[in-house]
Design a protein around this ligand. Sequence first.
Ligand SMILES: Cc1ncc(COP(=O)(O)O)c(C=O)c1O
Length: 481
Amino acid sequence: MICLLLEQSTTTMSRTGISILLSANLWDADPELFSLIQKEKKRQEAGLELIASGNFTSLSVLQCLSSCLHNKYSEGLPGERYYGGNEVIDDIERLAQKRALEAFNLNPEEWGVNVQPYSGSPANIAVYTGIVEAHGRIMGLDLPDGGHLTHGFQTPTKKVSASSMFFESMPYKVDPETGLIDYDQLASSAKLFRPKLIIAGISCYSRPLDYERFREICDSVGAYLFADMAHTSGLVAAGIIPSPFEYSDVVTTTCHKSLRGPRSAVIYFKKGVRSTNAKGEAVLYDLEKRINNAVFPALQGGPHNNGIAGIATAFKQVKSVEFVQYQKQVVANAQHMAAKLIDRGYNITTGGTDNHLLLVNLQGTGLSGSKAEKILERVSISCNKNTVPGDKSALNPSGFRLGTPVLTTRGLVEADFDKVVDYIDKGIKLGLEVVKISGPKLVDYIRVLDSEQTIGKKIEALKNDVESFSKTFPIPGHPDY
Ligand SMILES: Cc1ncc(COP(=O)(O)O)c(C=O)c1O
């Protein structure tokens, strides 16, 4: 009898139990995880986040992300779903599409958009899948020169990214002296390699891209021009750096970097006349179907409708005066930070910046990019090590990348960046002090960071200063998590 009761209690659904499971707040249901989230929230508040690809999104985007839209399956496109019950989801996706076009003042007769990619990397692979097809040829800026993994990155011994495994990639480079893209070299390599698509896009490059020149090179070999504006799309939308749309056939962007939206991406594709053939007849673009089919069913399943709603509301914000002011401040802060670092004797690649990021070159200082990243992390400043033009090893880069979108979202202006530069400079000097004790090896450097008491005290003091400063600036989102 007891056995029978026990069996019933584990096999019969208890409505009260289920209701508690489903309706309890995270802090009650899973205090262990909740306290980790709170810990991360405190880290974000206390630290100076200078990762160029990051941002703090708005409360309204976070509300979309945790809404009921998360629950709905909707494979397919608006009006052509593989599941029922998608009338509202269709309206939301159409709204996101409309606003995504409006954000860049695009005419829907000339451009279409797919708002379903889960993030930037899948969006880029979808572009290659749709346009280039398996083992077709692509060319992108080499990763160590400021490109992105998904632009075909491989090393001499390893195909690192799927974009080099499933497509044949050849990189183009920056001039090691100037740090600027070597368009002449790209033009002559393209004539030999004859790519089907050339990528104009950056993850670490502080100067405008010459889209007109890219177009010319693409036309000389009959290639598509694909602009991946993930990093700079917020600045493009605000009209403060050149737009790729005039010259490109296809454009992708993530929505979570300078755009300050949800973690997702969109793909824009050109419609209408592509060229005129020898008989004078118009040759039309056929990208719409190819891109849409590549996203689904080739690569993805059900769209993340909460993310798509986040896109819709983020692109609404893009049209506001405040958004444009924000983007102008992002650039002003980056330029100010570059100038102040140069005043203190730092070498900034290309001598400054026209966008939201800058690359500090530490060659010849005794400190590597990894060591700089580590010491800054210890004092609550987040940035990332990065190769600089001419670096021999991508594993041991000589610089670090700084970006201003996150701190500008928190309200920092030029005068506040004087302080930020001061903290960075103090951190780097402390790193040099550590190298004097540890010698050049990174393991020894970390050992000294972990064990040397005098260094530990200096780290603690600087960290306290950084955190007291940082906490005076608000971050958007939920107050406690
Ligand atoms: C230029 C560029 N494209 C694509 C991506 C990939 O985006 P995600 O991290 O969303 O996959 C990044 C990410 O940093 C990027 O910088």
